[in-house]
Every structure is written in structure tokens, then in C-alpha cells.
Design a protein around this ligand. Structure first.
Ligand code: BG6
Length: 495
């Protein structure tokens, strides 16, 4: 289905995000013939930028970041839709000019007044831009639609997220706001709901009676690189947990929605996030590990100390690794720990959810102790080797009763040949057709921040105390193992 005619207005069009992801995704949508028949892309630029210069710049970016070889005809078709208009939130009157120019452009292109405003800007510009769009009446829906796409980070803590929500909701309806979390653009993440609710065999055992605990891992090999100034003010927890890791957690832990529809799904996600136990600061310290990397090798790359990274403050206590133990206070999950971990500059890249089922209740086979059995893990591998695997015990052939763990594996690439994509295609397409299902609602964002706030507060107060280190290229700090060991558990070892 093709979306309605519309104008796709990009703030921050000259930035990295617009080039790397947004334009590259629009190109893939164009290639799949999924852009509106009548369409224009409007880059909002500072003074002096011409349409020709912008198109040239975007083409250069596209050649660098496209997920497939660039076809000139498709690229030209997309670039023919691109124009630029000057506006700057620091000069409010420039938004009056923007409105008039957009009206003119829409009349010429026949896009009918539907507008999608995409904020691919630093977060400090979100509220000022929305404010000006509101003041100039550009968020009013009079027979046409007006939508605002907000990138991450949505706030830096609970208070700032609430403030930003209040501001946006004073200017438009929740339905008009599309808060992006790019994890929801990943096929494997979307598949969690299908795995759980399109199959009859998982859901009956998806609860505290059968599940021992859940592990969510997002390990990255890359260090902080040139993002020192952003990262040092952010840290692993803010950067990854209330958004990406909580998307995984909420999809795994939510109750079945009554319909596969935006508000039904988002209500269940918000509900389960709101049920994550709010820990005291003392509990938060006990149930977490934070650490910084020191020099080491990741593959063939030398990575220096985090503290020596460009734009990182001397003596910074910002964590590049975080591990947390969370509980969910509801009927389904009471007593089942959710262990979360994420870090930079680690030896292996892996994003996965591992669900550990309870052991068989009794050791019935001769010469077998419960400890010698493999752990029953169901693993949802988000990256790399996207797929699902299940580990179970089986008899080793032979006259003796010997038991060993084996794995049943489903890999996407064995079944499906998906067109190469960067994950933004579905998200952008959904914005254009007005489906918020893959976007975060205000209550979920706030519930996420509320759950991590005690950790942020406790770590801030503790400063250097309790901050651990780990070697770049390693599996992370040893203390992260202790977090599970003291509960008689351990992180899943890659097989
Ligand atoms: C971003 C973070 O939101 O997600 C980055 O700011 C991180 O620090 C990235 O590297 C991880 O995304 P992915 O898709 O590579 O897991």
C-alpha cells in the first residue's frame, strides 16, 4: 500500500543521522516503490544552502551508506523530490517563512498538506523546533495530517523526559508524535511478538512456573570513538537501557494485547514497564555493576583507555558497561530476575534475549546429577546470526546412558532473503501510513526512566566508588559475573 501524498520535512538534514539512516531508508523505500505518488522531501537548512548543494551532498551520503549498490535512476527519482528551505529555531520568524514556503511547495507538488516533520537534530533542538511549529500553526490538522518524529535520546532522566512530553503534548496529540527507538525497526525484535503469540506452545510456559530467569545482552565491539562528548555526558545506562534494552524486555514480558493495534500493544508494554520494581538507591547499588574499559585489543583493533578518549573529561566516572538485576512485580513474573547487560569495546558483538527455563524437577537417570544437565535456554538472537535457538538435553548414542546438551537452531537467512535494509524503512513507512505501533508512547518512555532513575541517582552519588574497569576486548568486568553467581546463576556462554 502506498502512503498518502505528503511532505517529508527533515530538520538536521546535513547531519550524520539523516545521511546514514533516513535518506538511505527513503532510497530503499523508493526502490520498493513504497513512497507516496506525490511526495517531497524538504531539507531544513541554515542560510546559504542551495537545493543543488543539498542534493549533491545527499547523493554523496547515499553512495556511502546505502545498504545496496545505488541505482542512478532510483536515486534521481528520490533526489528530484528534494528541495531545501531555510529555517533556524534560534530565529523564530524564520518559521513563518518556512510555513509560507511549505504552503507554496505543497500547492506545486500536490502533496495536499500532509506533513511529517522529522527531527534528526541534537536533542536540545526538539522542544524549540516543536514550539515554533506549534506557534506557526503547522501542527494543526485541518483535514490533512501533521506528524512529528522525535529521535532518541528522549530526555536524559525521568524529569527531563516528563518535561519534554508535557511540552510536546501541549502542542499536539499523542497520536501525532512518533518517538523513535530504532530497535523496533529490527525484524528480530518485531518477531518476538510473533514468536510468543502466533504459536501455541510457548505462551503456556512463559511465566514464573517454568522460567527461571531472563538475560538481555547488548554487547558491542566498538569503543566510544569520536563520540566522546556525547557519550561522556550519557554513559551506557542512559544510552541503551531505558530505550533499547527495555524494548526487548517489554516485548518479552508484556501480557498478550487484545489486538495487534498500536494502542493495545503500547498499553501492554507500558503496563509491564510500570511493573518493574522501583529499587531504593541501596538496592540499586547492590543490583548493578558499572565499569569503564581500559586499553586492549578488539580483534585487530587497538582500543585505548576510555579515559584517554577525545572529549572525555579527565577523571570521568561515566560507565561504558552496565549490568542490572531487575524484578517485575506482577502475577506472571514475580520472583523471576531479569538480568540486563550492555557495554562498549567488548570482545564479541551480540544482541540477544536468553530465556532460561527451570530444570527438570528430579534426576531420574542413573549416574547423573542435576548439575551435569545442560541448561534449557531459548535464545532470541537479534544480532548477529539473527534467529532463534533452543538448547535441550539428549541421549548420547551408545549402550551407556550419557546425556549431552544440543541446540535446535532457526536462522533467518536459511529461510528468508530479505532485501538489505537499515531498519528505518519500516519505521518511516509506518509514520507515513499513520501506524504508531512501533513507536514509544509517552507513558512507556516515562516508565522506562522511572525504572532506571534509582541507578542513575545512586551511581551519581557514589562517583568513583564502585566503578570497575574491564579490558577492551574482554567479556566485561568480572563483577558482572558475580551479580548472577550470588543467585547461583551464570551468563549464557556462547556455543
Ligand atoms: C544507539 C546508541 O542508540 O544504539 C549507540 O546511541 C549504540 O551508542 C547503538 O552503538 C546500538 O545500535 P545497534 O543497532 O548497533 O545495536
Amino acid at each position: 500500500k502506498k502512503p498518502d501524498p505528503c511532505a517529508f520535512v527533515i530538520f538536521g538534514v546535513t547531519g550524520d543521522l539523516a545521511h546514514r539512516l533516513v535518506i538511505a531508508a527513503l532510497y530503499n523505500l523508493q526502490a520498493a516503490d513504497l513512497l507516496p505518488e506525490k511526495f517531497c522531501v524538504v531539507g531544513i537548512a541554515r542560510k546559504g544552502m542551495t537545493g543543488d548543494a543539498l542534493r549533491e551532498d545527499l547523493l554523496k551520503g547515499l553512495k556511502q551508506y546505502a545498504t545496496r549498490p545505488v541505482d542512478d535512476a532510483i536515486a534521481q527519482k528520490l533526489l528530484n523530490c528534494v528541495t531545501c528551505i531555510e529555517a533556524d529555531p534560534k530565529e523564530p520568524e524564520s518559521f513563518d517563512h518556512l510555513r509560507d514556503e511549505l504552503d507554496r511547495l505543497e500547492a506545486a507538488r500536490g502533496t495536499g498538506g500532509n506533513r511529517l516533520f522529522y527531527l534528526a537534530t541534537p536533542p536540545s533542538a526538539f522542544a524549540p523546533i516543536a514550539e515554533q511549529l506549534g506557534r506557526t500553526g503547522m501542527l494543526k490538522e485541518n483535514g490533512s495530517w501533521r506528524r512529528l518524529v522525535v529521535e532518541k535520546p528522549f530526555g536524559t532522566d525521568l524529569e527531563s523526559a516528563q518535561k519534554l512530553n508535557t511540552k510536546l503534548l501541549s502542542l499536539m496529540n499523542e497520536q501525532q508524535i512518533y518517538r523513535i527507538d530504532h530497535y523496533l525497526g529490527k525484524e528480530t525484535v518485531q518477531n518476538i511478538l510473533v514468536l510468543r503469540f502466533a504459536n501455541g506452545m510457548f505462551e503456556p510456559i512463559w511465566n514464573r512456573n517454568h522460567i527461571d530467569h531472563v538475560q538481555i545482552t547488548v554487547d558491542e565491539k566498538l569503543g566510544v570513538g569520536h563520540r566522546g562528548s556525547f557519550y561522556d555526558a550519557t554513559g551506557a545506562l542512559r544510552d541503551m537501557v531505558p530505550n533499547h534494552l527495555f524494548q526487548l524486555l517489554s516485548l518479552v514480558a508484556m501480557e498478550p494485547p487484545s489486538r495487534f493495534e498500536a494502542n493495545a500493544v503500547r498499553s501492554e508494554k507500558a503496563e509491564v514497564l510500570a511493573a518493574v520494581t522501583t529499587q531504593t538507591e541501596e538496592e540499586a547499588l547492590k543490583n548493578s555493576v558499572r565499569a569503564q574499559y581500559v586499553a586492549g585489543h578488539v580483534g585487530n583493533d587497538d582500543i585505548g583507555d576510555y579515559l584517554k578518549t577525545e572529549d572525555v573529561k579527565a577523571g570521568s566516572t561515566t560507565e561504558t558497561y552496565a549490568a542490572l538485576k531487575l524484578m517485575i512485580d506482577n502475577w506472571r513474573w514475580a520472583g523471576v530476575p531479569f538480568y540486563l547487560r550492555t557495554g562498549k569495546a567488548l570482545g564479541v558483538k551480540r544482541t540477544e534475549v536468553a530465556i532460561k527455563f527451570k530444570q527438570a524437577p528430579f534426576a531420574m537417570f542413573r549416574d547423573m546429577s542435576m548439575d551435569s544437565l545442560a541448561e534449557n535456554f531459548l535464545v532470541i538472537a537479534v544480532e548477529p546470526n539473527e534467529g532463534i535457538s533452543l538448547k535441550f538435553n539428549t541421549k548420547v548414542p551408545g549402550p551407556l546412558v550419557k546425556i549431552d546438551g544440543v541446540e535446535m537452531k532457526f536462522r533467518y537467512k536459511d529461510y528468508f532473503q530479505a532485501a538489505p535494509a537499515n531498519g528505518y524503512e519500516t519505521l518511516i513507512y509506518d509514520c507515513m501510513i499513520g501506524d504508531n505501533i512501533l513507536f514509544q508512547r509517552a507513558d512507556s518512555v516515562e516508565a522506562g526512566w522511572r525504572a532506571v532513575q534509582p541507578f542513575l541517582d545512586a551511581w551519581k552519588k557514589a562517583g568513583k566508588d564502585g566503578l570497575k574497569t574491564y579490558k577492551a576486548g574482554s567479556e566485561g568486568p568480572e563483577e558482572a559475573d558475580d551479580l548472577l553467581k550470588r543467585d547461583g546463576r551464570s551468563w549464557r556462554v556462547l556455543s
